[in-house]
Ligand binder design. Structure first.
Ligand SMILES: *Cc1c(COP(=O)(O)O)cnc(C)c1O
Length: 565
């Protein structure tokens, strides 16, 4: 595939390790950890990496991000960290298990929404502790908790506090005492045990040398897991790892320029008044990034001797005076602070790629075939095996073999749940859409969809390329679109190829599906990505015609990289 010129590399192993270390550290104080994914806009892969590290729930701040997680197959308990908007209560109840709250009217609306949906929604009442963001004053905590207790459909799950957000107020030992005292007052007055006393975020971690009072049993941690960050110093916690995210972009100009601009100074592109230090003539580079992609103040070039000078919407200007080794077209790598990371995750212009994954290091040398015995007896299959071996691929059931499943119909296709790949479904019908993550799935070649499937595709915003799209835009353009989707931030993708797609795999006198050429082109494009990780050939069995079997196996070989020459 064409190299991408702006990429955000994500190392999920670092995120899992950081999560594990934060969870272990907090466990010493009997504190549970909610992993906060909001800086990644609810990335299901990042969420899974955190869950693999042992966080017991996930925290998000937007409905859209929650949908992304849920439709991406993440089923862990989900916390709404930003106090809900009154207009969004129905979706809060629908997509989240718990929300943080401070407004009685919103709580009443949540209660109504929970009743309508026949659910019980957990609530944490937030107490304002000096940072002056969300929460009620200490004296209003108890009345609000009592009110929640009386509301049908809601469960008072605990109380919470937040620090270091808008005023930089530290979660000191005194503040922790105050949280604990408030929690005790609520417990005594209501005669209950609070499930959660959730006392803060990443900033709490480096202030835990003084053990917090034992009633405090929960933190919501994002920045430290994602970036190894110590929000108090702005540095990295010594026991965590930075570098899970790395931004790379391309130099598009290198020229000598005077460090002071020439002419009468007005406002810059964003209405600021620029000021300059006179460093004489400088070697300056321009990188193909801008404020649409990043917060440039939060970028830190990895190489020595490079400095960020300024950015407009699409240009990032660097000082290369102390590092003159670059050429136009070279890549420059940056570490990102929290703000720059959030912006890069948001930018559709920055392609997200996974690095350092175990699967990526292995090119398959063997194929593991799962199929009915009678199919394995067919002459077409025997020819297929000899063609595989001519390509240097053995048959082997080992762990690192390429999995090829041959299923007689859709009902016998392998389950997609828990699959960590993207999915490209080349089928005339939508198949198992419920389990397709919109993130990283594409349907290609649709000809029929039930009303129910059509709604599901629309609601989830699944990429579906119909035969009509293929007729209008051409197979080449459509498959490029689909492959970009299934490779976007995934660890490769699985292909489901159903015989009903056409290409001579089923009896179709009217030839309503893909032609042989179109189907071959699709397979060749798939092979060219080198990211195919599994293949299911569906709608094929020993009962299929010789012609259909022959064609189907030819497509498999070409998806695996068989070339004409
Ligand atoms: C974002 C957020 C967190 C997580 O903060 P980090 O500094 O990323 O650990 C915790 N609680 C609330 C209420 C938040 O909004």
């Amino acid at each position: 595939m064409q190299a991408e010129s702006r990429t955000l590399e994500i190392d999920l192993d670092i995120i899992t390790r950081n999560a594990r270390d934060v969870v272990a550290f907090c466990a010493e104080h009997e504190i549970d950890v909610c992993g906060v994914t909001k800086a990644t806009c609810g990335s299901p892969m990042v969420a899974r990496a955190m869950l693999n590290g042992g966080v017991t729930s996930l925290g998000e701040s937007r409905i859209d991000n929650a949908k992304r997680l849920r439709y991406g197959g993440v089923h862990a308990p989900l916390w709404m960290l930003r106090i809900p908007s009154p207009s969004e209560v129905a979706d809060v109840v629908r997509f989240f298990d718990l929300s943080l709250n401070s407004e009685i009217d919103t709580l009443e609306a949540l209660s109504q929404a929970a009743l309508v949906q026949g659910k019980t929604h957990d609530v944490i009442v937030m107490m304002e502790m000096g940072d002056r963001r969300e929460g009620v004053p200490a004296e209003e905590l108890l009345p609000l908790c009592e009110a929640v207790q009386d509301m049908a459909g809601l469960n008072l799950a605990g109380i919470g506090a937040n620090f270091m957000c808008v005023s930089g107020i530290l979660p000191t030992a005194e503040k922790m005492q105050a949280v604990a005292a408030a929690a005790l007052r609520v417990q005594e007055a209501l005669g209950i045990v609070l499930q959660y006393v959730s006392a803060g975020n990443s900033a709490n971690l480096s202030l835990m040398d003084i053990p917090p009072p034992s009633i405090i049993n929960h933190l919501r941690v994002g920045a430290s897991i994602l970036r190894g960050e110590d929000p108090i110093t702005g540095g990295t916690l010594p026991w965590l790892q930075a570098g899970a995210f790395r931004l790379q972009a391309e130099l598009i100009e290198i020229q000598k320029k005077d460090s002071v601009p020439e002419g009468k100074v007005g406002l810059d592109a964003f209405g600021g008044t620029p000021s300059f230090v006179d460093d004489g003539e400088q070697l300056r580079g321009i990188v193909n990034l801008g404020r649409l992609d990043i917060r440039h103040e939060g970028l830190n070039p990895e190489a020595e001797g490079i400095e960020v000078i300024a950015a407009s919407s699409d240009h990032l200007v660097l000082d290369l005076n102390d590092n003159k080794h670059y050429e136009v077209g070279d890549t420059v790598a940056f570490q990102l602070d929290y703000g720059a990371l959030t912006q890069a995750m948001l930018s559709p212009y920055v392609v997200k790629v996974l690095v350092n994954r175990r699967h990526q290091r292995r090119v398959p040398t063997a194929v593991c075939v799962m199929a009915d015995d009678d199919l394995l007896e067919t002459p077409a299959y025997r020819t297929f095996v000899s063609q595989l071996s001519a390509m240097g691929l053995r048959l082997d059931n080992g762990e690192f073999s390429f999995p090829l499943t041959i299923a007689s119909d859709r009902a016998n296709e392998p389950e997609l749940e828990d699959i960590e790949y993207g999915v490209l479904c080349v089928d005339s019908e939508p198949g198992d859409v419920e389990h397709f993550s919109p993130e990283s799935s594409a349907l290609f070649g649709l000809r029929h969809a039930s009303a129910e499937h059509a709604t599901m595709i629309r609601e989830r915003d699944l990429l579906a390329l119909t035969m009509e799209d293929i007729d209008l835009r051409g197979a080449q353009d459509c498959i490029r679109n689909a492959l970009r989707q299934v490779n976007n931030g995934t660890d490769g993708f699985a292909l489901i190829l159903h015989a009903s797609i056409g290409g001579g795999m089923f009896e179709d006198p009217d030839n309503m599906g893909l032609s042989y050429r179109e189907c071959s082109l699709v397979m060749e494009r798939i092979a060219a990505t080198r990211q195919l990780k599994a293949l299911t050939l569906s709608g094929i069995s020993a009962a299929s015609s010789d012609k259909a079997l022959e064609r189907a196996f030819a497509y498999v070989l070409s998806a695996l990289g068989k070339r004409i020459l």
